[in-house]
Design a protein around this ligand. Structure first.
Ligand SMILES: Cc1ncc(COP(=O)(O)O)c(C=O)c1O
Length: 377
């Protein structure tokens, strides 16, 4: 079986986990602090702007709810977004408004976003699809700033991709979120990070992630009051722990190697599939030096896409399409606006196996099977 996504965890991660277990403290502690510091350094931002979280979905929920919306207010996002993004908008009492995307990159342009803004728009939530940095993220960020709209960047798939000015994906707006779940480039089992542009928001976020237990209390902690505490916000408990963070630190050390192997896999697919005129290969941006491929996608007619998906899956090569367009799901109550780029992309795109553990033999198997399929059409 060749997986479409999978982590790569080796002896270094085992050793790091063993060290945490030997310390007899597996909860949030020194190692989690180190991981947050290392992540801030990786992004090139101040330490206090970065906080770890149980998973990226929780990060999306936290970021969207921090906007503080009233019923009827709107969040613009692309329909080809992770389902947790849509859920975060609904859970915050807001209305999702779906922006279209470019059918090749599956990313929105500034114009796609701008076309959806209304006086009720409070936030824009953009997803860097498949590791490709949205080309005009800085333009979208400027637009949001001009209009007083919160910008949230879902960078779950773009942990090592950069914007046109060289800054990290996820740091152009008010919030950025990353995922370390089991299918991501950097995997800690589960886990995530949140970037917060405003230090005030960052402090509030830290309270919301840990039960709202404040340190601002006037309680003196002396005498018979030593066991009292204060709750300053109705927070949840959504923190990472030292076991996952120890894995994360090791994975982060390897990120350059992971990126190189992913680029190699994408370049190999491009080279081996170039002769198939019935296939459209991914846009050039997937392999420019700013982006690290998280997905590798090909596009063809809907019937060829579906037939090829079945052909490969029946032969133990797992392929998929992410993300099922949210506007097709009744719960999100799409307003009916046409989304031609989204529809084309959703019906024609197929994600081939892409991860840092793909071997030359795996790449050979996948491309040889595609050659075989091509002879049958
Ligand atoms: C774009 C995107 N955002 C968010 C998430 C959610 O991440 P997590 O599994 O860490 O909650 C995913 C997971 O697949 C994703 O692909």
């Amino acid at each position: 079986m060749i997986n479409v996504f999978q982590p790569e965890l080796r002896d270094e991660e085992w050793a790091a986990v063993r060290a945490v277990m030997a310390s007899n403290w597996t909860g949030r502690g020194r190692i989690t602090d180190q991981f947050e510091g290392a992540w801030a350094a990786h992004l090139g931002v101040a330490r206090e702007r970065v906080t770890s979280v149980t998973c990226c979905t929780e990060g999306l929920f936290q970021a969207v709810s921090a906007v503080g919306m009233e019923s009827g207010e709107e969040v613009v996002l692309t329909s080809i977004s992770f389902v947790g993004a849509g859920n975060a908008v609904l859970a915050a009492g807001a209305r999702p408004v779906f922006a279209d995307v470019d059918a090749r990159t599956l990313n929105p342009t500034r114009e796609h976003i701008e076309a959806c803004l209304t006086p009720r728009t409070r936030a824009v939530l953009i997803t860097h699809y498949g590791g490709v940095a949205i080309a005009d993220t800085l333009g979208i960020a400027a637009l949001c700033r001009e209009r007083g709209i919160t910008l949230i960047e879902d960078s779950a798939c773009a942990p090592a991709s950069r914007l046109t000015d060289g800054t990290a994906c996820g740091t152009a707006g008010d919030f950025g979120v990353w995922s370390f779940d089991s299918m991501k480039m950097i995997s800690t089992g589960d886990g995530g990070m949140i970037y917060c542009q405003s230090p005030g928001q960052s402090s509030a976020l830290n309270l919301d992630l840990y039960l709202g237990l404040g340190t601002t209390s006037a309680i003196s902690k002396t005498g018979d009051r030593w066991w009292e505490f204060d709750v300053v916000r109705p927070g949840r408990r959504a923190i990472m722990n030292d076991l996952s963070s120890a894995i994360g630190l090791e994975q982060l050390n390897k990120v350059g190697g992971f990126a190189a192997r992913r680029r190699h896999a994408a370049a190999t697919y491009n080279e081996r599939l170039a002769g198939h005129s019935w296939l459209t290969l991914p846009p050039a941006e997937l392999l420019d030096k700013r982006s690290v491929p998280y997905f590798y996608w090909i596009q063809t007619t809907p019937s060829h896409r579906n037939a090829l998906a079945s052909f490969l899956r029946e032969r133990d090569v797992y392929v998929t399409f992410r993300y099922y367009p949210l506007h097709r799901l009744p719960i999100y109550r799409h307003d009916g606006r046409a989304l031609p780029g989204t529809e084309t992309a959703a019906n024609s795109t197929l994600l081939l196996p892409m991860h840092q553990a793909l071997s030359e033999r795996d790449l050979d198997t996948v491309t040889t099977l595609i050659d075989e399929f091509a002879r049958s059409i």
